[in-house]
Design a protein around this ligand. Structure first.
Ligand SMILES: [Zn+2]
Length: 340
């Protein structure tokens, strides 16, 4: 082996930490975190799961992180309000700050700002007009379950279709204050947890805002604000997952093989460990009988591994944990400039 390429392990604990972190998140996801409860896949956002509040709390518990919240309230015009929450996560044992996250929410967001303008029954005056089911002859019905009188109207009834439909400003903004505070807090703790656990390659956050929002009669229903969870598909889009795996493998090769001036950032031992990890993931994926599940698992675990390697690489590039060999290579400041 070429001596100059041999880089000593800068800090024995760091590689152990990386391994522990990878294993901990992997095991948590497998054993404790449930799809749809602690994380979920939002339709149309790829395969990266969204970390939900319950999942963030679980990770905080597992990593012994205690949250502290700092809440800032800004009163806006016409009764609107914006809430900003800064979450600071501290190590329970040492009190050291491990991560921070920011989350904000405002009653100006469309789901709180507007309420749906419903058509009014010309007979009883209730906002209870719904489209009649085709099986029952179509048309319009003043729906009894919405407090209506049950009268039916034909499809073309001018007294119904002549009424404007759409949205109006919600006149009960104050009803949303508490929901907006909860949302800001939730976004904040999820953000902080992803940062503290260096899990941004595994989880995404807060994309529920990308799900088209339906205003239901202006009612504040908590379920409106939770992401729609897509059940894992078993059949067709497997090629998309395979392509993502290919991309992640390419990223793995680039990350673990990263060099500066011909000196590798990782030791041969570390590289060997990473390769063992990949081999184990491959084997586990092959052993999984459900191909879709196997591929998903493989993708997820390679992402977790890449996340850990990427974090470690950043640390070493940031000069914080350089080995002697790396330090020698970095001595020339002009070369250092070229790197950054
Ligand atoms: Zn009616």
């Amino acid at each position: 082996m070429d001596e100059t390429r041999e880089v000593a392990v800068a800090d024995e604990r760091s590689i152990g930490d990386v391994r522990n972190q990878v294993n901990k998140i992997q095991n948590l996801m497998k054993d404790l975190m449930k799809n749809g409860e602690h994380y979920g896949i939002i339709p149309g956002t790829g395969t990266k799961p969204t970390l939900l509040k319950a999942g963030a709390e679980k990770l905080c518990f597992a990593f012994r992180l205690a949250p502290e919240f700092e809440i800032k309230q800004t009163d806006l015009a016409t009764g609107h309000r914006e809430i900003q929450v800064i979450t600071t996560l501290r190590n329970m044992a040492t009190g050291a700050v491990v991560g921070q996250g920011l989350g904000s929410c405002s009653t100006m967001e469309s789901k709180y700002r507007w309420r749906k303008l419903s058509r009014v029954c010309p007979k009883c005056g209730q906002e209870a007009i719904i489209k009649g089911k085709e099986d029952y002859g179509g048309g319009w019905v003043c729906f009894k379950k919405k407090g209506g009188c049950g009268t039916k109207f034909p499809d073309a009834a001018p007294e119904i279709i002549g009424q404007p439909e759409g949205r109006i400003e919600n006149d009960d903004i104050a009803d949303s204050y508490n929901t907006v505070l909860k949302m800001a807090k939730k976004r904040s703790i999820v953000d902080a947890t992803i940062t503290a656990c260096a899990a941004s390659d595994i989880f995404t956050q807060d994309v529920e805002d990308m799900v088209p929002n339906t205003v239901k009669d202006g009612a504040v229903d908590q379920s409106d604000y939770e992401p729609v969870i897509e059940k894992p598909k078993a059949a067709d889009p497997l090629d998309a997952t395979r392509n993502e795996i290919k991309a992640e493998i390419a990223r793995f090769v680039a990350l673990s093989g990263a060099e500066f001036e011909g000196v590798s950032y990782f030791t041969d031992d570390e590289k060997a460990f990473y390769k063992t990890k990949i081999a184990a993931v491959n084997e586990a994926a092959r052993a999984e009988k459900d191909i879709a599940k196997g591929l998903e698992m493989k993708l997820r675990e390679i992402k977790i591994l890449n996340s850990a390697i990427s974090e470690e690489l950043d640390k070493r590039k940031g000069n914080t944990e350089l080995s002697d060999a790396m330090r020698d290579a970095l001595k020339d400041k002009t070369k250092q400039k070229e790197l950054y």
